[in-house]
Design a protein around this ligand. Structure first.
Ligand SMILES: NC(=O)c1ccc[n+]([C@@H]2O[C@H](COP(=O)([O-])OP(=O)(O)OC[C@H]3O[C@@H](n4cnc5c(N)ncnc54)[C@H](O)[C@@H]3O)[C@@H](O)[C@H]2O)c1
Length: 442
């Protein structure tokens, strides 16, 4: 079929969007296309997620029951774990995980497995887009090779390939998937045109760049920028604290400069599926070019030292109450890695829980967004643990309360009345009168 005909199908909304991987990225993307009346077909190896979509049951906090019911009752939306249905879709958007392996190197298993499966079903004229965050060169060096090898088809002639990084920010009330401009790099001009036309149906703006590896580099640059700047304010926090200066007051004042300054906020360490991981995708690839990534490594070092700094502050705080960590009961507030979300992946709270436990403390947590810790490879030893109840009786029983995530619907004034000692890693207590001098910043 000619490119013109495919573009017309897109405009006429007679072009089915296949989304592979229906997690934090894939599910909102599915919703976004569906909202604009594009037919969508979701694929996941996790049958539970597929069932949830088809039955209208929410599994991500920010895509609630109403939207999930609309998806379930829609004639143009379906989800499946049957990958024999891949040829039904005109475009296949891959949104599968790209973690690090045990040696902190890119773990491309999920991308490779997905591409292998696509290659066995690939048909002429299909558009394959990788959305997962990855090292520059992945689409050209890995994806196209697998697709061509197994299908006998040729990219750019028989089918189209593009890369478009996902910039989804779960829980961000101002910017959902539809409102975030989408960077797109194509394997050739036609692929770029088709991919941009597709995203234009549902997303506010597309930003075309010259090729797939540039688009891959854009995503890494954005997250490296965050990682380095977070490391900088974390370092400033430690230095200023020794000088008796409150880093938060400094940053709030600095932020009033109308140009040349962007505020980042210090915390107990990095969390989530992106910032602690993505920069090391570039570090790994740079080695092939005999290039060092010193900023990335240094930022990683500073940020990973933060949970230990919080523990050190906790030791000092307990010491001031003539107590030790060993034998104390410590409550962590906030298990999610950032405020108002239910995502606890790579959360620094887990690091804190491990460190305090190693020092002999008894640990509990409170998080309304994570009522129970789910099974995972990284935190198997905490699986099944439940959030404590929010009550004066339970909270008064702790020797120290450590605020590691500042969810906005927690009553911090109430907390200050119940807790004997608070270690605040997020400046959550900024509006609370600390009558007893029992709030320590960390
Ligand atoms: N979470 C975010 O905020 C965010 C933001 C921007 C970019 N990203 C990137 O997007 C990608 C996806 O991240 P996520 O947070 O959505 O991950 P996720 O773990 O929430 O979801 C991934 C989904 O892929 C499924 N999956 C795994 N292997 C599969 C396979 N072979 N076939 C089909 N489905 C498979 C899993 O079952 C899961 O449902 C990653 O590269 C991530 O770095 C994530």
């Amino acid at each position: 079929m000619s490119l013109e005909k495919l573009l017309k199908q897109v405009l006429d909304k007679e072009y089915k969007v296949g989304i592979i991987g229906l997690g934090y990225v894939g599910l909102p993307l599915m919703w976004t296309f569906h909202e604009k009346q594009m037919p969508v077909l979701g694929f996941d190896i996790d049958q539970k997620k597929v069932d949830c979509i088809n039955e209208g049951v929410p599994y991500i906090k920010h895509l609630g029951k109403d939207k999930m019911q609309l998806l379930a009752n829609s004639d143009i939306c379906d989800a499946t774990s049957d990958f024999n249905r891949l040829p039904e879709a005109d475009a296949l958007l891959m949104c599968v995980p790209t973690p690090l392996d045990g040696h902190r190197e890119p773990d491309m298993r999920f991308v490779e497995q997905t591409t292998e499966v696509i290659s066995r079903h690939l048909r002429k004229d299909q558009l394959v887009i990788l959305e997962s965050t990855t090292w520059p060169g992945t689409t050209e060096e890995l994806i196209i090779n697998i697709l061509e090898k197994n299908s006998g088809l040729k990219a750019g002639e028989d089918f189209y390939v593009a890369y478009s990084p996902e910039r989804e920010d779960p829980g961000n009330e101002n910017f959902n998937t539809a409102k975030i401009p989408k960077v797109v790099g194509g394997h050739g001009e036609d692929a770029l045109k088709l991919a941009c036309a597709l995203y234009d149906t549902a997303i506010v703006k597309t930003v075309p760049v010259s090729n797939t590896k540039t688009a891959e580099a854009v995503k890494l640059t954005e997250n490296i920028f965050r990682s380095v700047n977070i490391a900088l304010v974390n370092e400033l926090k430690v230095v200023f604290s020794e000088m008796g200066i409150d880093v938060h007051e400094v940053l709030d004042a600095a932020e009033t400069k109308p140009f040349g300054f962007m505020k980042f906020t210090p915390g107990p360490g990095l969390g989530g599926h992106c910032i602690p991981i993505d920069p090391f995708y570039l570090t790994w690839k740079a080695r092939e070019y005999e290039q060092n990534t010193r900023f990335i490594e240094l930022a990683g070092e500073v940020n990973t030292a933060m949970p230990k700094y919080v523990v050190q502050r906790t030791i000092e705080a307990l010491n001031s109450h003539k107590k030790s960590v060993n034998g104390s009961r410590i409550l962590l507030i906030g298990l999610a890695y950032k405020p108002n979300v239910d995502d606890d992946r790579e959360s620094p709270t887990y690091k804190l829980m491990d460190y305090y436990t190693e020092l002999g403390a008894q640990i509990d947590y409170f998080d309304p967004y994570v009522p129970v810790i789910k099974e995972s490879r990284e935190h198997a030893h905490w699986a099944g643990k439940e959030s404590i109840e929010w009550s004066g009786n339970s909270i008064r029983a702790y020797d120290a309360v450590v605020i590691s995530t500042d969810h906005s619907d927690i009553d911090y004034q109430q907390l200050s009345e119940w807790a004997g000692l608070i270690i605040d890693t997020r400046n959550a207590m900024k509006h609370v009168k600390d009558k007893n001098g029992h709030v320590w910043k960390a």
